[in-house]
Design a protein around this ligand. Sequence first.
Ligand SMILES: [Zn+2]
Ligand SMILES: [Zn+2]
Length: 350
Amino acid sequence: MTTKAYGAHAADKPLQSIDIERRAPGPQDVQIDIAYCGVCHSDLHTARSEWGGTLYPCVPGHEIVGHVSAVGSEVSGFKVGDTVGVGCLVGSCQHCAACDEGLEQYCENGFVGTYNGPTADAPGHTLGGYSQCIVVDKKFVLKIRHSESQLAAVAPLLCAGITTYSPLRHWKVGPGSKVGVVGIGGLGHMGVKLAHAMGAHVVAFTTSDNKRRAALDLGADEVVVSRNADEMKAHANSFDFILNTVAASHSLDAFTSLLKRDGTMVLVGVPEHPHPSPSVANLIFKRRNIAGSLIGGIAETQEMLDFCADKGIVSDIEMIPAQKIDEAYDRMVKGDVKYRFVIDNASLAK
Ligand SMILES: [Zn+2]
Ligand SMILES: [Zn+2]
């Protein structure tokens, strides 16, 4: 089936309207009419091949929400009209130790990304959510219980939401935890909302004083301007957990020294250039940890969506037509978005 999409033909070309083919649903497949797709930094890095290895044409988008328009003959649990989502994964081997534990994102044989991943479908790599329609194995389709009016703002939960939810859960953040969130952007604003909803005392770290009010509005209990040494010092040795969402290269020591004994700082942003090597003494003397975390598995993504539906949590978004995507990328690079762009996929028909 031919469907309209927005994609790039080369790293130095703007995204444009293109026609792509979707496979007819196989027995285990769910076909989805996409209503909205969030715009993630990974989309921009991939479309512009900033990480290398991008296959063209490239259709980004892995924060997908929409409605089921057809199901395969062996699909139960989804029916036409259901509101569903697709995140960063559309396949994994299903038989390694990671997959057995429901941690498909750590599949030892390599997960299949929603775009730029290997597939038998034309053109040989997966094409993402900047499109009218997608066909996905039912194991990688999520149920959405938010109201229809919230749907656009649900889209970013599929990447930004699960990327922050998974480490908060893994390190058992809850009532009594003191949690720091570094960087209040697409990921960080979700980290603040989720940690707050889990009952933690949340401290938002930002580089600019004028983001203070906005961070409090998101649910932060306190805001620290990380450039202010006195403000930082006041929180030394006090955090159970710090969620660091900043992708730009920066000194980690300023934050590890804020951790309690046995505290952990988890990194979820991938810097273009490595962070300066952290002070080992800073870790040894208080048995502190620096860790990393990648999105979340399918079961945990469903748990996150249900948690957000129960708590009324959505992302703060700015809706755009597909035709404005390059402009949106440029604004994202400057940090000029509160806090996530979401494409109205109805605009693809124009
Ligand atoms: Zn993403
Ligand atoms: Zn696997």
